[in-house]
Design a protein around this ligand. Sequence first.
Ligand SMILES: Cc1ncc(COP(=O)(O)O)c(C=O)c1O
Length: 358
Amino acid sequence: MKLPYRDVYEKILPYVPGKPISDVQRELGISNIVKLASNENPFGCSDKVKQALTDAITNLSLYPDGNATILRERLAKKHGLKQKQFVFGAGSNEIITFIAQVFLNAGDESIYAQPSFVWYDTAVRSTGATPVAIPLKEGTHDLESMKNAINDKTKIIWICNPNNPTGTIITKDQQDAFLKAVPSNIVVVLDEAYYEFAQSDNYPESVPLLEQYPNLIVLRTFSKAYGLAALRVGYGMASPEMISYLNRIRPPFNVNTLALNAAVAALDDQDFVQKTVSETKLGLTQLYRAFDELNLNYVKSHANFIWVETPFPSGEIFEKLLHKGVIIRPFMGNWVRITVGSKEENEFLLKALNDVLP
Ligand SMILES: Cc1ncc(COP(=O)(O)O)c(C=O)c1O
């Protein structure tokens, strides 16, 4: 007799993370491994974080500050928002789940780009709502088709900017026009996980738009440019009303003390973030040049990863590189996503690519 699992879960596959280094070590017996699969920070995190963690470790027997008071104060100041405009999650991933839970009923629709961050699909399906996936056009969000997909059932539209996995952006003008066209009763999520890397003058500053658009929520994370992926801390910025609803399903103490203290210390070290961003830019140039020489097709990136086409099906090139000690992320067709590593890691990748390409 089958247990009463909800029907919607039949169509959800578990999230497949980038393959951990320890798995490859164990499975293939290789010791020298570079992971370029999860858009992590190859430069680690700020030294200030390490001190903050040492300080926090004396308080492990106490529950965390469920209100994230200090982090909230710092971020409100940084972004020029009210403290009531922040919700915190164990990664921005968790906030994506909160948003879907708060706004979607079975039978509703929710629009996102394809390919884009896969968690939108899981979060939407888990509510019983119907995902409406709009294929990218020339590697970027097809905002016109996304707009045309809106109907009476549409409740949430997800925009990933820069987009994971393609690294493309929608520009300020495109975003402004889109927001104007979306009915004000539809929630628009601007997932800006890679915000710090997007240095183009055309990249929008979305936070000031919150005043004009109460249907907007902007997501940021400490997992990428701040290098705190292991600690799990991200945040959403929206109207106090929307935040008050999201907080209704936020589990108690969802962001732990180490993560909260680390995030505050990381915010205090913008030099580290700037160093990460400038080194990543150099890494992008290093990889573009090499990919040109290797005749690989790729999309210029506004983030810390590159969407690349190789002559092999994505699963095949993934396996070939794995055996050379490089973990990348296979996607679809011949396209893979490769995180920009440190200069040395990029060199290691390029050597492996040289070995496996025909
Ligand atoms: C676009 C995007 N949004 C959100 C996330 C979730 O990040 P986290 O939960 O670590 O904040 C990721 C992680 O890779 C991402 O690529």
